[in-house]
Design a protein around this ligand. Structure first.
Ligand SMILES: Nc1nc2c(ncn2[C@@H]2O[C@H](COP(=O)(O)OP(=O)(O)OP(=O)(O)O)[C@@H](O)[C@H]2O)c(=O)[nH]1
Ligand SMILES: [Mg+2]
Length: 244
């Protein structure tokens, strides 16, 4: 009996969910920090990057996706992430299996699944000297426009504030470089908590409208809360799509 189109869709969705489950059931490990384009690893496998204004919640979102608090360092102070930080799927090595629980500091061995998640310094305001902020911004912009194996950029936008000028500058750059990107609204719990969740729909609609004509933008706007775990399964499935 041949499969109907609906059955094939259901099967593909189930396979994608299972691939994501396996990928994110693994521990993930910090692989490398690059302060400079010259320090980047060789162009090998897919890279998925998280970009956004300082303090928007990039590092927290990565921790929530891989379900490991403390893997990427987070802080209340804008300017926490200061390099392009690479995270990869891993296994715990023998020593850590015997002696340590799965904390971010536990020794791990990277497993090559052809995929790295890249946490980035924020752009816009940061509590750091101006010249340092300029260096980070240049690094982020140069990476985004010139990395050949960069398959998807998640551009994070605070669900309370929406797109700002510096964000649209980044979207312009990604459109021009033809790098596929998707908007992720962060900290949705803060809206839900404050005003009953209603403005989230308005923010999604306004953001979808603002990117409608942008050639490299994914049309779906994701709504997330790293604190509550909202929106993680969808992101995991999408990211798993890029793994080998
Ligand atoms: N309520 C709430 N707070 C969040 C959420 N995500 C992040 N935060 C908080 O926002 C602050 C900044 O989070 P980070 O993940 O460090 O932000 P970042 O974008 O990596 O910041 P930089 O590295 O400085 O650019 C921290 O105090 C987090 O606890 C969320 O979903 N809900
Ligand atoms: Mg960070």
């Amino acid at each position: 009996m041949t499969e109907t189109e609906t059955e094939a869709d259901v099967r593909r969705a189930a396979e994608a969910a299972e691939k994501a489950r396996l990928l994110f059931a693994r521990p993930w490990a910090f692989a490398k920090g690059a302060a400079d384009l010259a320090d980047l690893p060789s162009v090998d496998g897919a890279e998925i990057a998280f970009a956004g204004r300082s303090n928007v919640g990039k590092s927290s979102l990565i921790n929530a996706i891989v379900d490991q608090q403390g893997l990427a360092r987070t802080s209340n102070t804008p300017g926490r992430t200061q390099e392009l930080n690479y995270f990869v799927p891993a296994v715990l090595n023998e020593r850590s299996k015997k002696t340590e629980r799965m904390t971010s500091g536990a020794p791990r061995e990277a497993v090559d699944m052809g995929l790295s998640i890249v946490d980035m310094p924020g752009y816009g305001f940061a509590q750091a000297p101006k010249s340092q902020v300029e260096d980070w911004t240049r690094l982020v912009f140069d990476y985004l426009r010139g990395r050949p194996n960069l398959r998807r950029v998640y551009v994070l936008i605070d669900a309370r504030h929406g797109l700002k000028k510096v964000d649209t500058d980044v979207l312009d750059l990604l459109d021009k470089a033809a790098v596929s990107y998707q908007i992720v609204l962060t900290k949705a719990d803060k809206i839900a908590r404050e005003v009953d969740g209603k403005p989230i729909a308005a923010m999604v609609a306004a953001t979808a409208d603002a990117i409608r004509k942008r050639p490299a933008a994914h049309p779906i706007i994701r709504v997330t809360s790293s604190e509550k775990g909202w929106g993680m399964d969808e992101l995991r499935s999408e990211i798993a799509f890029f793994a080998a």
